[in-house]
Ligand binder design. Structure first.
Ligand code: FMN
Length: 342
């Protein structure tokens, strides 16, 4: 098996079977919302639908980037996620597509438009690869194979630093990201993978022309911890396993830039309540990765069940806040009763 394919399979097994990958810090639980005993709404009429990148969503959810590759298990995971996203009216992003650029056998795992003709689909590449082997033509190629509406470029300096075979030259990346953003036909979303994006980084990304940022903060899947399971020297990954900016704090810090970009909240989003809190803190869309992995190994129906659970929780939270539509919760910090961070 190609080394990248092997790494993908290692990740799936560690995340899927390892019990300690989520940091379980529950940062979102530190925010209390104001319950309304008199919501003055009919629950049946609460409308969680929204739009993102011009596409209609049944509620503001994206299945965050996870995988793709030559192995039949990876093909099945992506097919099940694509089928479920289409059926439930949510967005879906595939995992890094670099594997397809070096191994044509990975093609099938990214040929997903046939399963999701209408869904918002996003491709994915590691931004650091712009310093190694990838360029503009590769970005176009991965979007073409997927029939994608946009491209995620992920930033993962922590993961690469603790990974045995990590690509750690993150120098001069801003200008290379700017070229991709300004030349690509489709929109580019810059994301982290679970350590968050700081306001200083957002300023540089805005200067590069980026209009979409996915916080992917800390509180959920710990890539440092995942990599520590693959390493002969696990201590480094373990030490940094809680490193990063907690997702709700990262969202809050973005307040001055909210109107210059669209923000996606992810990293430890585990319920519809977390999603509503993210929208209150300015997100336009919420991403969830790890909770979809085991259902996707099973069936599209199992993935649909998780999506439906999240939608029910999201709608119930809106109802209990007296919010009938998405616009009633978006950036509405008046709905926060209290928060504690010490
Ligand atoms: C099995 C797995 C594989 C992942 N692979 C990628 C990837 O290839 N590219 C990427 O941008 N993020 C990747 N991620 C990171 C997620 O997209 C997400 O940012 C992170 O896991 C935090 O979300 P969570 O706490 O809901 O899992 C992966 C996550 C998981 C669980």
């Amino acid at each position: 098996m190609e080394p990248i394919n092997q790494r993908k399979m290692d990740h799936i097994h560690i995340v899927s079977e390892g019990g300690d990958i989520d940091r379980r810090r529950y940062y979102f639980d530190r925010i209390h919302l104001t319950h309304r005993a008199l919501p003055e709404l009919n629950l049946a009429e609460v409308d969680p639908s929204s739009k993102f990148m011009g596409k209609d969503l049944s509620f503001p959810l994206i299945i965050s980037s996870m995988t793709g590759g030559a192995d039949g298990e990876l093909v099945k995971i992506n097919r099940n996620l694509a089928l479920a996203a289409e059926a439930e009216g949510v967005a879906f992003a595939v995992g890094s597509q670099r594997v397809f650029l070096s191994d044509d056998a990975a093609r099938e795992s990214f040929e997903l438009r046939k399963y999701a003709p209408n869904a918002l689909l996003l491709g994915n590449l590691g931004a650091v690869q712009l310093n190694y082997e990838l360029g503009f033509a590769d970005c176009e190629a991965v979007l073409d194979i997927l029939g994608a509406d946009g491209l995620y470029l992920h930033l993962n300096p922590l993961q690469e630093a603790v990974q045995p075979e990590g690509d750690t030259d993150f120098s001069s990346l801003r200008s290379k990201i700017a070229v991709i953003v300004q030349t690509l036909k489709q929109p580019v979303v810059v994301k982290e993978v679970g350590a968050g994006i700081s306001p200083e980084d957002v300023e540089h990304l805005l200067a590069a022309g980026v209009k979409y940022i996915d916080i992917a903060g800390c509180g959920g899947t710990s890539w440092s911890r995942v990599e520590s399971h693959r390493s002969d020297e696990p201590e480094l990954g373990e030490l940094f396993s809680d490193w990063g900016i907690p997702t709700p704090l990262a969202l809050r810090a973005m307040k001055p830039y909210r109107h210059e970009m669209k923000m996606i909240a992810s990293g430890g989003v585990r319920s519809g309540i977390d999603m509503v809190k993210s929208m209150i803190l300015g997100a336009s869309l919420c991403g969830v990765a790890r909770p979809f992995l085991n259902p996707a190994r099973e069936s599209a129906d199992a993935v649909r069940e998780v999506i439906r659970r999240l939608r029910r929780e999201f709608t119930t939270t809106m109802f209990l806040l007296g919010a009938g539509r998405i616009d009633d919760i978006k950036e509405n910090e008046g709905l926060i009763l209290d928060e504690y961070w010490n």
